[in-house]
Every structure is written in C-alpha cells, then in structure tokens.
Design a protein around this ligand. Structure first.
Ligand SMILES: Cc1cc2nc3c(=O)[nH]c(=O)nc-3n(C[C@H](O)[C@H](O)[C@H](O)COP(=O)(O)OP(=O)(O)OC[C@H]3O[C@@H](n4cnc5c(N)ncnc54)[C@H](O)[C@@H]3O)c2cc1C
Length: 386
C-alpha cells in the first residue's frame, strides 16, 4: 500500500492548487482524478477573477487575497498562466436596475474596491460598440483574468516536478481509518494510505462525503457558454450585464420570463488572449447533463448582439457547458470535517472557483501543516449547515 502525507481527490483547479501549495511545503502528495485533469468545471468555464461580482463579505475577502496570489504566481511560477488585468464593467441597460447598482457600488467602494459608476458617455468611450440605449455602467480596475487551462497545467507541472503522483481514471470506493491513517481503496483495486485527505471533487464532492456518511450540500449549477471566432477587441474591459449580477444576488428584481429566470440567464463576455469571446451564461441548478441547448445558446448570443449589435455577423465556433459546484449558502467549504480528523473539504466555489483557487490551495496547505490560516475561515466549515 503506497503511503502519502496527503491524497487529494479531484483534478480540477482547486485540487491542483491544493497540490501546488502543499508541495511547496514539501508534503508527499497523490492526486486521484476520476476522469481527466480539468474534465470538470475548470475545463469548461469562463476565465475571470472577479471582484465586482461579490458583495462585501467572505467571498470578496477570498477573491481579493487570491488576486494577490495570482499576481505573485504570474511573476514567479515557471509557466504562463495567461494572467491579464483588464478591469471590468457591469453594463446597466434598464433604469429600474440603477438604484440597486448604485447601492451595490457604494458598498463595494466602502469596502475598498477601486470601482465607480460611469455615465453613458464614458461607457461609450470605453466600449464604442455598445448599444445606444445603455443607461450607465460600473467600471472597476481590479477585475482580471487567467487562462484556467494554463493555470491548471502550471499547478500540475509544478506539483509533479516536486514529486506528486497522479492516479487518473479511477476513484475512491472505500475509506477506512486505521491507527490514525486513512486507507483508501480505488475502483481499479489499488490501495493508498494517507494522513490527510482533501475532497476537491467540485460538483461531485457530496458523492465522496457519502463514503464517510457526511452530508455535503453541494450540487451542480450548470452554465452554458458560446465561443465566437477570434475578432478584434470590442473594448478593454470584460463585460457583464447588471441583470446577471442581480439575478444572482436579488433574483426577484429581474423582470424576465419564467424560463429566463429558471435558467438564471445573464450576459457575461470575456475575450481570451487568442481573441475569441466567451459569451455566457446560465445558472441551472441541479443540472448534470453535459450537453448545450440550441435554444439557450440562441438566447445568450442574442443578448450579446443586443448589447453589441456589431456582433451580429460574427460566427459561433463552439459551445460547451460546465457544472459550477454550488454550495447551499453560496460560499465554499474550506475546512477539516469535525469528527473526521485529517479529512478536509475544498469545494463549493460555484462561479468563483477560478478566482479563488490560489487562496483555497494556500489555506488548505496551512491547515494541513498546522499553521494559523492567513484569513479567518471559521465560517467556511461544513458544520455551519448543522
Ligand atoms: C459557465 C461557467 C463559467 C464560469 N466562470 C467563472 C469565472 O469567470 N471565474 C471563476 O472564478 N469561476 C468561474 N466558474 C466557476 C469555476 O469554473 C468553478 O468554480 C471551478 O472550476 C471549480 O473547480 P473545482 O476544481 O473545485 O471543480 P472541478 O473543476 O469540477 O473539478 C472537480 C474534479 O473532481 C473530479 N471528480 C469527481 N468525482 C471524483 C471522485 N469520486 N474521485 C476523484 N475525482 C473526482 C472531476 O472529474 C473533476 O475533474 C465558471 C463555471 C462555469 C460552469
């Protein structure tokens, strides 16, 4: 039976970040991935490190800290992670959304974000192709982006170079605790032993919880995305519609059809470094079907064309869907499970898992090494749901 300090379950960006930060602390690691590295949400998502999308609170604190870590990674890790700081704008096209957005921006400013509301003329200056009946926009300088695939490769490459072992195409079928160590039986018959386990299985984290009889309230919030051919930049900043933010934070304010609301549709647009725009997205609770729906993609693309009529003749070259790991209260679980010493959960980041990957990996590595965490994350324990 092979022995490790830590066995990580899940080869998405969260598990890989945990692996990276744990190997920096000289831990002997194995990572078990049921399918392929990045085959979960981290390989089928947008690429934004968003501060603007969060209300002041723990998620924003995590994202701010993670952005610092991303800047550090971009400067120091031996791989290109595709980090860019382009800023972001939340476009407001309905008068009835103004009051909500004014209050939202003022709270974020009070928190210390570099964000302001700009008028129609200033919006047009930054994004000359935006539709004429825009009302206003937020403008924040700190929102950034990374390439999630590059970032996963960077974490993986660094961790493997530091000795991490990879078990792909297999999953845990049984855990036993013996003499203080976790014994792990994999579906291909191999057995591993570890002092610590990290459940970083994204939208499937609850399946792993069932193996030790704990209830982890995480489910999928599917998101569909359309990818355009590569085109010149429409403007420097990445874009969301106010409706996308409001549908997440205050859905009753959204005046849309029932189908639209059920799908949680709103506009997000970011441009990759190759020039393709990612047009999203939906928030479909409990949906684990991998396919995209032509009607839904049409709604998303029509929204983009409504905001940027110049996109009318641009081709969509592919579509995809990913499963955001959504926790019941919208915050991730980053903690050791009480009564199961050495069993950690790092999952449930919903639409912020790319943004929060570095900070999550760092916090897990601090906990496993018995250090004080750099952020107080008491409120991110599993037991908050008891
Ligand atoms: C449409 C869309 C847009 C998004 N946009 C953004 C964005 O702009 N910014 C942002 O920060 N976030 C965004 N997200 C969210 C982000 O993608 C996720 O929060 C993040 O990728 C979650 O990473 P993860 O590693 O926790 O989970 P995943 O990437 O899902 O990884 C979990 C892994 O665990 C594996 N696994 C499952 N069961 C087992 C098992 N039993 N044993 C071993 N392995 C197992 C899976 O195969 C998978 O590879 C978006 C998501 C979607 C869907």
């Amino acid at each position: 039976m092979k022995k490790y300090d830590v066995v990580i379950l899940g080869g998405g960006i969260t598990g890989l970040s945990c692996a990276y930060y744990l190997t920096l602390k000289n831990k002997n690691i194995a990572l078990v991935e049921k399918n392929q590295i990045g085959s979960g949400a981290s390989g089928a998502c947008d690429d934004m490190i968003l501060l603007q999308s969060k209300k002041p609170g723990k998620n924003l604190e995590l994202a701010v800290e993670s952005l610092k870590l991303y800047k550090d990674l971009a400067a120091n890790i031996n791989y290109d992670i595709g980090f860019h700081n382009r800023g972001g704008m939340i476009l407001i096209d309905k008068d009835e959304h103004m009051a909500f957005m004014e209050d939202y921006v003022s709270k974020q400013k009070d928190y210390g974000l570099n964000i302001e509301l700009i008028d129609k003329k200033s919006v047009k200056k930054r994004h000359p192709f935006v539709k004429d009946n825009i009302v206003a926009s937020t403008y924040g300088t700190e929102d950034s982006q990374v390439n999630p695939l590059f970032t996963m490769r960077a974490f993986l490459g660094s961790a493997v170079n530091a000795g991490m072992e990879l078990y792909k195409g297999t999953e845990v079928v049984e855990f036993n605790k013996k003499n203080g160590f976790w014994q792990i039986r994999l579906s291909d018959g191999r057995e591993l032993e570890a002092e610590n386990i990290v459940n970083a299985a994204g939208a499937w984290a609850s399946d792993i919880g069932k193996l030790i009889d704990i209830d982890i309230p995480i489910t999928s919030k599917k998101g569909q995305i359309a990818v355009t051919e590569n085109i010149p930049q429409l403007g420097r900043e990445n874009i969301w519609s106010a409706e996308y933010i409001i549908s997440k934070l205050n859905p009753e304010l959204v005046n849309a059809s029932e189908k639209h609301k059920e799908l949680g549709i709103g506009l997000s647009m970011s441009q990759t470094s190759d020039g393709n725009y990612l047009i999203g997205s939906t928030r479909e609770k409990g949906n684990y079907s991998k396919g995209t729906d032509t009607e839904v993609i049409r709604i998303l693309v029509n929204q983009a064309v409504d905001f940027f009529p110049v996109l009318k003749n641009i081709h969509i070259i592919r579509t995809f869907a990913g499963f955001r790991p959504a926790c019941a209260d919208g915050k991730p679980i980053i903690s050791e499970v009480q009564g199961h010493e050495g069993f950690y959960i790092a999952a449930g980041h919903e639409g912020d898992g790319i943004a929060m990957a570095p900070v999550t990996g760092k916090l897990i590595s601090q906990m496993i090494c018995g250090e004080k965490t750099s952020i107080d994350i008491g409120e991110l324990c599993l037991e908050r749901f008891n």
